[in-house]
Write a protein that binds this ligand. Structure first.
Ligand SMILES: Nc1ncnc2c1ncn2[C@@H]1O[C@H](COP(=O)(O)OP(=O)(O)OP(=O)(O)O)[C@@H](O)[C@H]1O
Ligand SMILES: [Mg+2]
Length: 271
């Protein structure tokens, strides 16, 4: 294996997707380049958002970072060391909560711990109970997924990912299917949880407001093949309350991102 460049080896603690390229090969022999030399860094405890037009490769990028699919070029680095494949330090929250319909809220949350046989049973039980409280599902712990609202299901999904105590949470449009009010509530809850234990979060969304509200840094991707078009540092105060969305600095950042994405749409229309 080639030695890593010094700058990479000396990277601070955290995750770095460096120059990732992904090409999908179809069975008919055509190739789709989904990602083109994308570099995204997330230091320990940072909240990163990724926005970009539909089909630009956001989910692909997240799946590469999770190690669920291979990438062609570049490297995925954790604390400066290359990682291949999935690992317990990275957990994914998908847009559609694929909960087990025959298990209750409590048993869905504890499922991963049962499968991995860690932690020990008493610790797993205690962790499950504290997660039920953390995501606001006390009183619903014996309900089945079909008896829950979309927002509640997504809370179970989040609790299930947190149960394994990952260092890095990879979230793919987790609130995309929720109505505006539930979405705002879930954003606030996610920020409260994040303020509490400061996990590293990489959050994919197509919602500009959501990205600016949640993140320390927003990566704006170009249309496919996804490239990093711009990186914006969001230096708004923390903790953030929803009112910050009306702040002129906030709306100016939103407008800047909107212009970047809108410019791409105009270019695509003119092609
Ligand atoms: N398994 C696959 N096989 C072949 N092509 C794929 C596969 N998954 C995604 N693609 C292609 O890669 C490109 C990027 O897809 P991806 O799902 O990553 O985009 P996205 O940015 O997440 O889109 P959206 O915002 O709609 O969720 C698309 O052109 C898509 O058709
Ligand atoms: Mg997607």
């Amino acid at each position: 294996m080639n030695a890593l460049p010094e700058s990479v080896a000396a990277a601070r603690r955290g995750l770095e997707a460096r120059d990732l390229t992904k090409v999908y090969q179809s069975r008919h022999g055509d190739a789709t380049k989904a990602l083109d030399r994308i570099t995204v860094t997330a230091g320990d405890g940072e909240f990163i958002a990724i926005v970009g037009p539909s089909g630009c490769g956001k989910s692909t990028l997240l799946h590469c970072i999770a190690g669920l699919i291979p990438h062609e070029g570049g490297a995925l680095l954790l604390d400066g060391s290359a990682v291949t494949g999935p690992g317990p330090e990275r957990a994914v929250v998908f847009q559609d909560p694929s909960l087990l319909p025959w298990r209750t809220v409590r048993d869905n949350i504890s499922f991963g711990m049962e499968m991995q046989r860690r932690p020990a049973r008493d610790e797993a039980r205690a962790r499950t109970e504290s997660l039920i409280d953390l995501v606001g599902l006390r009183g619903f712990e014996n309900y089945y997924p079909s008896e829950l609202s979309g927002g509640m299901r997504q809370r179970v999904n989040l609790a299930r990912a947190l149960a394994m105590q990952p260092r890095i949470l990879l979230m793919d449009e987790p609130f995309g299917a929720l109505d505006a009010q539930t979405r705002e509530l879930m954003q606030c809850e996610l920020l409260t949880i994040w303020e509490r234990d400061r996990k590293t979060v990489i959050f994919v969304t197509h919602d500009i407001e959501e990205a600016v509200y949640l993140a320390d840094r927003v990566y704006v991707l170009s249309a496919r093949p996804g490239r990093v078009q711009q990186v914006l540092e969001i230096n708004l105060q923390r903790p953030r309350a929803p009112e910050i969305k009306r702040n002129p600095v906030f709306t100016a950042i939103e407008l800047e991102i909107w212009r970047l994405l809108h410019g791409q749409r105009l270019q695509a229309d003119q092609r």
